[in-house]
Design a protein around this ligand. Structure first.
Ligand code: AP5
Ligand code: ZN
Length: 216
């Protein structure tokens, strides 16, 4: 299954991607996670991406597309994948279609996680991530038992630089201007399915899996 998750920042793409990818036994490919790993590793790519990420802007297409092409060429992505955070605008979607055609394949499905702006701000303002294992927590909706410490590995929790309220609002604008047009792009291709992304995490996973089971 070749799958894309689309939705505003904080819709729960990363949270759901982890469960869906594991249910379907396909790799989860998150461009945000790859960029953040490069920022932590101090690579040239990370230095370039950080500037855009901290502002809440998109990293330039040529950089992002080259990175995705590389990742999709890896052996573990040949039988299927779940893309989280890519494509992010129509040119990226068009390039992805061309890239997959070169590989002799195509996308099967695009799932849109639907959630309103106020819920997005609540989710992102309270998000905390483990510095050691990467597990994502929420101070209200999914708190660790000891503040600032990961229950899974004992690592330190931190707040992402782009999760300040002002940057969150800017990311929402960028989403509306650049990413939301993908909804009609994929609807026109007949592969878009909307999923209500409010309520408990497990219920949202079940809603998504109900749609996906029709295709696997
Ligand atoms: P990226 O990391 O992709 O950020 P995003 O799209 O803004 O998405 P988030 O990671 O913020 O949110 P999410 O939807 O994954 O939510 P999560 O599951 O964590 O990109 C970051 C930056 O990288 C971009 O701004 C850009 O600069 C760059 N970039 C990335 N891809 C790019 C591309 N293709 N082109 C160009 N630039 C690119 O959940 C959020 C919180 O809510 C968590 O705390 C979670 O615990 C909680 N939560 C989740 N589900 C629920 C629920 N059902 N109820 C209550 N709380 C919940
Ligand atoms: Zn941890």
């Amino acid at each position: 299954m070749r799958l894309v998750l689309v939705g505003p920042p904080g819709a729960g793409k990363g949270t759901q991607a982890q469960f869906i990818a594991s249910n379907l036994s396909i790799p989860k490919i998150s461009t945000g996670d790859i960029f953040r790993a490069n920022v932590s590793g101090g690579t040239e790519l990370g230095k370039l991406a950080k500037e855009y990420m901290d502002r809440g802007d998109l990293v330039p297409d040529e950089v992002t597309i080259a990175m995705v092409r590389d990742r999709l060429s890896a052996p573990d992505a040949q039988e299927g994948f779940l893309l989280d955070g890519f494509p992010r605008n129509v040119p990226q979607a068009q390039t992805l279609n061309k890239m997959l055609a070169e590989f002799g394949t195509a996308l099967d499905l695009v799932l849109e996680l639907v959630v309103d702006d106020e819920e997005v701000v609540r989710r992102l303002a309270g998000r905390r991530t483990c510095r050691s294992c990467g597990k994502v927590w929420h101070v209200v909706f999914d708190p660790s038992s000891k503040e600032g410490v990961c229950d899974v590995c004992g690592g330190q929790l931190f707040q992402r630089d782009d999760d300040r309220e002002e940057t969150i609002r800017h990311r929402l604008e960028v989403y509306q201007q650049q990413t939301a047009p993908l909804i009609s792009f994929y609807a026109d291709e007949g592969i878009l399915h909307g999923v209500d992304a409010t309520g408990p995490v497990e219920e949202i996973t079940q809603r998504a899996m109900q749609v996906l089971r029709r295709y696997v």
